[in-house]
Design a protein around this ligand. Structure first.
Ligand code: 6GU
Length: 226
């Protein structure tokens, strides 16, 4: 999968993609992530990329021309299955969206800043708008990093243990059950007997029950979704 990201703060995106599993995915050739600095497409000597909004009001708006020029240049090289705009005024990212995106070949992500982008960019180029939750970040970069992480880890071969991505919290709209490792007892705190029993059908049952109980307690809204 190829992921292009247009950003006004490319430095913010360096670290998240250059470590651990996402780095390994790129090293293995399973994902190619390329960041484009919008400033390079800025207008005039000052490389202007934003301006005050028509109609008045506080905050700067990302201008149409630099973004349009950047997108047009990228479209010369390839077509995109989705052109995604990261913005708080959109539907919230969930596992189902991540699953769907992980099957795509080419994705372009535009990260917003300030008051957002000129609406005409959204109208003309954007095929999907994504928020990562009901709170406001200073820019879309960290949100894009969250999206890319959630998507890339689902590409077959990225996570060693194939089972692992499939049994995540949310893959079945349930939170994960509690997990334990050695020692079996620490300062009087014991691991539930069932997990040490070797009775795997019973262990599966216990995990399902715990997952359901946890979901009911912490995220009852997930049980109502379907
Ligand atoms: Cl995608 N961008 C910004 N700036 N804030 C957010 C967000 C995105 N998602 C949640 N908050």
């Amino acid at each position: 999968m190829r992921i292009d990201i247009i950003s006004v703060a490319p430095n913010l995106l360096e670290s998240p993609f250059n470590h651990s599993i996402i780095k390994r995915a790129q090293d293995k050739g399973l994902a190619e992530i390329v960041i484009h600095d919008l400033r390079k497409f800025g207008l005039g000597n000052y490389k202007q990329i934003d301006d005050t909004q028509f109609g008045g009001g506080a905050g700067m708006v990302l201008m149409i021309e630099p973004i349009s020029n950047c997108i047009k240049q990228l479209l010369v090289e390839r077509n995109y299955d989705e052109v995604i705009y990261m913005t708080p005024d959109a539907k919230t990212l969930n596992q189902s969206t991540a699953n769907t995106l992980s099957l795509k070949e080419n994705i372009l992500i535009l990260t917003g800043h300030y008051k957002g982008v000129d609406q005409r960019i959204r109208d003309k180029y954007i095929t999907k708008e994504i928020s990562i939750g009901d709170y406001v970040l200073t820019g879309g970069e960290l949100a894009a990093a969250v999206l890319v992480d959630a998507v890339v880890r689902l590409i077959p071969g990225v996570i060693g243990d194939e089972q692992s991505a499939l049994t995540d919290s949310f893959q079945d709209n349930l939170l994960s059950p509690p997990v334990y490792t050695r020692p079996a007892e620490f300062e009087g705190m014991k691991v539930p007997d069932v997990l040490l029993s070797g009775n795997f059908p019973k262990i599966d049952d216990w995990r399902s029950n715990q997952a359901y109980k946890r979901t009911q307690q912490i995220r009852p809204d997930l049980l109502k979704d379907e």
